[in-house]
Design a protein around this ligand. Sequence first.
Ligand code: AMP
Ligand code: ZN
Length: 475
Amino acid sequence: MTQIRLHNTKTRRKEDFDPIDPRNVRMYLCGPTVYDRAHLGNARNVLMFDVLFRLLRLTYGKKSVTYVRNFTDVDDKINAKAAETRREIGDITAETIGWYHDDMDALGAMRPTHEPRATQYIAQMIAMSQDLIAKGHAYEAEGHVLFAVESYSEYGVLSGRSIDDMIAGARVEVAPYKRNPMDFVLWKPSGDGQPGWDSPWGYGRPGWHIECSAMALDLLGSTFDIHGGGNDLQFPHHENEIAQSTCAGHDFANVWLHNEMLQVEGKKMSKSLGNFFTVRDLLDQGVHGMVIRLVMLGTHYGKPMDWTEKKKGEAEAALRKWYGILQGHGFSPALVKALKAEGVWKADPEFLGVLANDLNTSGAISRLHVMAKGKTPSALAGFAHAMQMLGFVSNWADIPMLDGGEAGADVTPEVAARVDALLAQRAQARAAKDWGLADEVRDILNAAGVQVTDVGGQATWTQGPDFDAAKLGDL
Ligand code: AMP
Ligand code: ZN
């Protein structure tokens, strides 16, 4: 069995991952607040956890992994949107969840085992808040229930801060009913027109953090293996989840994974800089979901990542080539079945070793480039298996086709004929052992950004990211 290693934020070290129960490996990812389309940054940990889910399923068995990702469907941002658009909250959240599924499906992300919605867990959140009050970790004040951070000596351990640092560094909401400015809301009162539920403290609604503690407890149990989210959630969200769950008597998550943020062309993605875009914006521009996936997986989750046009172009070229190889060798459900019978349909050990080392997706992709050089279907079995494992192929009867895109725009029939003629000339030169001429032709193709792949003795070509038809010489 592959030994997976993960960098645990809690211990700040890379550790061997050993599940509590290998027959039921359990993980939780903090999901979206559903009031708007997912932006590109939101897709980053979805794809990271998707790869982790696939790796755990491969390692422990498909039925032995439980993956929970919640929808936050009660939140003041949703209320604001409802007020602004004069629409029902339920309509907005249902519509947004539908969009989210469409967008993440397009990126090849598998649906988690459970996708609970916060509003389905109000009773559990009330029960946990009551329990925390009973245990002296929370108190009621003016219709609010607040968690008393000073009642938990380990508060701040995950993010490595002291309560004093937090007060100094954070913009905390000072309120007269709080004993300590860092105390956070488990429950708050709702006024007219705000969503609310009856509770022992009056009509109100839950705070944000308590939902993940309540849903994880219900769906994954008192203790589970992995919990994750973006770096921005380490504090206060994850710190608060730990405080609530631990003080309620649960061991909660063993391993904490946090991804770094996504930037665009070196700058933080933000609406005011005008470089803010949603996953749907890119899909609508004709960027294939698999291209987004490949760009995202090209950077290790623990490093800040930059979305650039250049990376997009490179990912397009790589996927055109890879899908071309799979199609060129006739990959299909029947061929995969035959490769299974032959005993070669399995994960490449080097590929798997790289991936299992703290989800080194960029290293795994480098290995894909090497494995793609196989010359026969059997020699390509490891490559094809890895393409499926990384989520680039989900159905062998339907290998994605990348067409269109900017790179396709320059190819007129004349240009295509010129490339074909150059390739024919290269083949003739090689046959005649005229290596000087063969190299000359190769240099022209390289200079023009043509990527040549030899599949089964036949040269196929695609446009690289720097494709320039003008450099092909006389047409
Ligand atoms: P939000 O909807 O802002 O609560 O974010 C949902 C998820 O996306 C959380 O796990 C965030 O940490 C993550 N996230 C938000 N912005 C970015 C970003 N720019 N890059 C990477 N992850 C992000
Ligand atoms: Zn959460």
